[in-house]
Design a protein around this ligand. Sequence first.
Ligand code: ZN
Length: 461
Amino acid sequence: MKIHTIHTEPSEKKGYRGQLLWFTDNPFLHPEEECFRYESDGMLIVEEAGLIVDAGEYNEMMRRYPETSVVTDHRGSLIMPGFIDTHLHYVQSPMIGSYGDTLLHWLNQYTFPTEARFYDKEYADTAAKMALRQMLSHGTTTANVFSTTFATSVDAFFEESERFGTRMITGKVLQDRNLPDNLRDRSTEESIEISRRLMNKWHGKGRQLYAVIPRFAPTSTPLQLKLAGELYQENTGRGVYMHTHLGECESEIEWVAELFPEADNYTDVYRRFGLLGPRSILAHCCIMKPEEWRMLYDYGSSAAHCPSSNLFLGDGQFRFWECTDATHPCQFGIGTDVGGGTSFSILRQIGEAYKVGMLGSHPLSPLKSFYLATLGGAKALRLDNCIGTFRPGHEADFTVINLHADEFTIYRLSHARTLQETLSVIQTLGFDNFISHTYVSGRNVYTRDSDRQFRYADEAR
Ligand SMILES: [Zn+2]
């Protein structure tokens, strides 16, 4: 990366030169070629406050913004909006990669004992630090995150996110039955009060956003689901989220049917308790009836497709063609679902999403995949008014994919004839060294080839 100064006066705008790719609309609903912009020699213009001023062809940007004082040269790289992870558990960072046979066994054997340690703030701080670093080094700048039962686990994550200035969503996980005593909420009413307190502390503080998070229907009593629904409904107007799991595997669906015999289906359990709405994010949605997709559509709720997790745990397969059916097209994004998922990398997830699509004979095109990784994720989280694309006034979260990362990358990409072919190679190989830089609100918080790879926002000005 070369940086050269054009003027000596104090800078107001900075330019980032390289190939630019960003999406402007939903390629599942509109012709793909009308939904993105690509500049082979482009420049992103960012102002000091960390917002995007403009994006376009390099010479045009230089003409339009002659006051641009510093141009960072990322030629040979592809600059894209930061990736968006619509579902992961940072508290499972210490046990990612644990051998799993079934979802429920994997939870009991590894997940619950690990999460039970998060009452310890120091343990939580270390996991939050590791998780944020993994995300940023893989180009992820926003994530919709599960913490766990303890307020310490929520504080630790938001505190680390604040240091980087990232836009993140998390909240206390509500779970008052069917799990070990050392992880379970002892009092249902108190669990809601702790959530309310954390919401008031963190929601809208800087870029942090709060979610009401019942783990999934089987681990909450009907009373907890009811109170969670009320808390979500009371606060959805100010941008509070609801985040949970839905329809991941057959045994889970059978269990839900036993626990909630009055509900028409699994999705209907959440509907009955007021947990569906425009900021409800439901992870997995692998095994869904048409009326369940219709219900999510009617309530404006979104799905998180977690392909590597579904393959790792041998659960269902997300059918994106059912989710986006023209009669009830739902928004969905990509989730790593760490630690059921096998990597924090969204590039690797979209590589896996392609394979899951192929198992159902529905190939997912590279352009659609990169849409899901950026603007699609933002739409699923209802954050497309501020992130996910290079629109003037949007927050300047972006990542730099190095197309010359090593000799094999150079060799292989020299055989790619189109942008689509290049994207297909990037997502399929998914090498960790593809991401060279990550910027948050216009600040360089991650540089791969540096002695100090990570910098908090106040150091990265
Ligand atoms: Zn999950």
